[in-house]
Design a binder for this molecule. Structure first.
Ligand SMILES: Nc1ncnc2c1ncn2[C@@H]1O[C@H](COP(=O)(O)OP(=O)(O)OP(=O)(O)O)[C@@H](O)[C@H]1O
Ligand SMILES: [Mg+2]
Length: 244
């Protein structure tokens, strides 16, 4: 299958720390993949490199088959085609939910005020936040703010959306509304790469799960594989730990 986003032999080193060690993964159109693994295993670093927010120390990144760094692509143009959802949505406090989403549409894509409004509103509808369009972040719960963060990413019509532990900062009840929105996006065929420990999400929607430890991919398989018979002791132990 043609990959939208792919890395080959990606290594990222910070000083003496090898944060990501020779990782090769790819994500094809409409796929949902989940990355999981212990704290410090390199999940965020890998996502930041794939999102072109950081340059790998070595290895290649391909966007729609094009080697991004070897062919000297315009990184800002490519970044606009990759959505990113972080643990903390960091919405602008002085802008409404709608205003936060319109910002990138106007200034990155160059849509007019009315086009940006329409697109932002449509994105809010997808995350079931249209009734809160004119609320400010301080008036929204953490889960609602995160749904606005997701709407902000998808409003740009990205080819792939990278999620870095989008529910990690939320209380249990609030997690589910965000996970429900993410499941909905996956069901609609959104191409998604998600670092998360929400195994129920993984079980229901992931085409593939990628287990990382110490910067390396230890094991790749279907949710079925990880839930029933992981090969490695490390994956077994980690699954047991998060399943409690
Ligand atoms: N900007 C940075 N400068 C120096 N070291 C870094 C930097 N970013 C990450 N690291 C190191 O790289 C390793 C991988 O970190 P990373 O944040 O990618 O892991 P993670 O799997 O996302 O962890 P967590 O589950 O806690 O979010 C860690 O040892 C971390 O300390
Ligand atoms: Mg992380």
């Amino acid at each position: 299958m043609n990959k939208i986003l792919e890395c080959r032999n990606l290594t990222k080193i910070y000083g003496k720390v090898v944060a990501v060690n020779n990782v090769s993964i790819g994500i094809g159109k409409g796929e949902t993949k989940v990355i999981f693994g212990p704290s410090g295993s390199g999940k965020s670093t890998l996502l930041r490199c794939l999102g072109l927010l950081e340059k790998p120390s070595s290895g290649s990144i391909y966007f729609n088959g094009l080697d991004v760094y070897a062919t000297r692509q315009d990184l800002n143009k490519l970044r606009a085609r990759i959505g990113f959802v972080f643990q903390d949505p960091s919405l602008f406090r002085h802008l409404t939910a709608l205003g936060n989403i319109m910002l990138g549409l106007k200034h990155v894509i160059g849509l007019s005020e009315s086009e940006a409004w329409r697109k932002a509103y449509e994105a809010l509808r997808l995350v079931k936040m249209e009734d809160w369009a004119n609320y400010y972040p301080a008036q929204l719960s953490g889960g609602q703010q995160q749904r606005v963060g997701i709407a902000r990413a998808i409003a740009m019509d990205p080819e792939v959306v990278l999620f870095d532990e989008p529910t990690a900062a939320l209380d249990v009840e609030l997690k589910w509304e965000v996970i429900a929105v993410m499941k909905d996006l996956a069901d609609r065929g959104t191409t998604m790469l998600v670092a998360t420990h929400e195994l129920r999400f993984a079980k229901e929607v992931a085409d593939e799960m990628i287990f990382m430890d110490q910067g390396q991919i230890i094991e790749i398989g279907s949710p079925e594989h990880f839930f029933t018979s992981p090969n490695t002791e490390r994956a077994k132990k980690f699954m047991a730990k998060i399943l409690g």
